[in-house]
Design a protein around this ligand. Structure first.
Ligand code: FES
Length: 245
């Protein structure tokens, strides 16, 4: 569908179709808006707030999530300003200290959206005190390992398992920063007691290093992975490649 509807994003005219969000229109135009919980194939979850943009209005401006806000003709939107990237950097630092994100020892290094976004936003240190959560690892499944210590609560595994795989293997539960976590829908609470399969969409959807395929961790060597080749802001139009089973 062609359209002559446009809005401005950092001074650039971005075309959109009615109903498209700022994020969807920006992606179609090849413009990167930092994000963690958004995935083009699923409805926006709106939880990470990395995609916060600023709508300029007569009162100066107001903040909103680029992944949930619909584009409107004539809108003037700021994205990669020093003010917004500064706020995003602080959010990222909170994500890093809330979990155990030790990139040099993580087998998702180079394929991890959190790590790639931290590089993009030039996050130099975690800044805040580390929480060092101690969440149990689930190695009960023959082909998949779950390390909940790296979860960023994006909910993509919940959505993919429910809406694509039709299995409802994952659910979000608990309260508070350390209590809230992904749960497994089986009597034992173990992944090995579900019908989860390594070929499920949910098995390849995790943007960080929670859902890991056993025996595949280093099939692609570090240094040759997606974000080793080009920074995340240069891969906006690339199809998201999920790890093969
Ligand atoms: Fe918009 Fe996470 S990408 S809130």
């Amino acid at each position: 569908m062609t359209t002559d509807l446009t809005f401005q994003l950092d001074g650039e005219d971005i075309a959109f179709t009615p109903g498209q969000t700022i994020m969807q229109a920006a992606k179609a135009a090849g413009v990167y808006i930092p994000h963690l919980c958004w995935h083009p194939d699923f409805p926006a979850h709106g939880s990470c707030k990395l995609c916060t943009v600023k709508l300029i209005d007569a009162h100066g401006g107001r903040f909103g999530s680029g992944c949930t806000m619909e584009a409107q003709s004539g809108m003037v939107v700021e994205n990669r300003t020093a003010e917004l990237d500064d706020k995003r950097r602080t959010l990222l630092q909170m994500f890093f200290v809330e979990g155990n994100h030790f990139c040099p020892s993580c087998e998702k290094s180079g394929d991890c959206t959190l790590q790639a976004t931290a590089y993009e936003l030039k996050m130099m240190s975690p800044h805040f005190d580390m929480f060092y959560p101690d969440r149990p690892v689930d190695a009960s499944h023959p082909d998949v390992l779950l390390d909940f210590n790296r979860c960023i609560m994006c909910s993509l595994c919940v959505t993919a398992s429910r809406d694509v795989d039709k299995k409802n293997v994952f659910a979000m539960g608990g309260r508070g920063i350390l209590g809230r976590r992904i749960h497994i829908n089986s009597e034992s609470g173990k992944l090995g007691d579900t019908d989860f399969a390594v070929t499920d969409r949910a098995a390849g959807i995790c943007p960080v290093g929670v859902i890991l395929k056993k025996r595949k961790g280093f099939a692609i060597p570090i240094g040759e992975r997606r974000y080793d080749k080009a920074p995340i802001n240069e891969q906006v139009k690339e199809p998201l490649k999920e790890a093969a089973p």
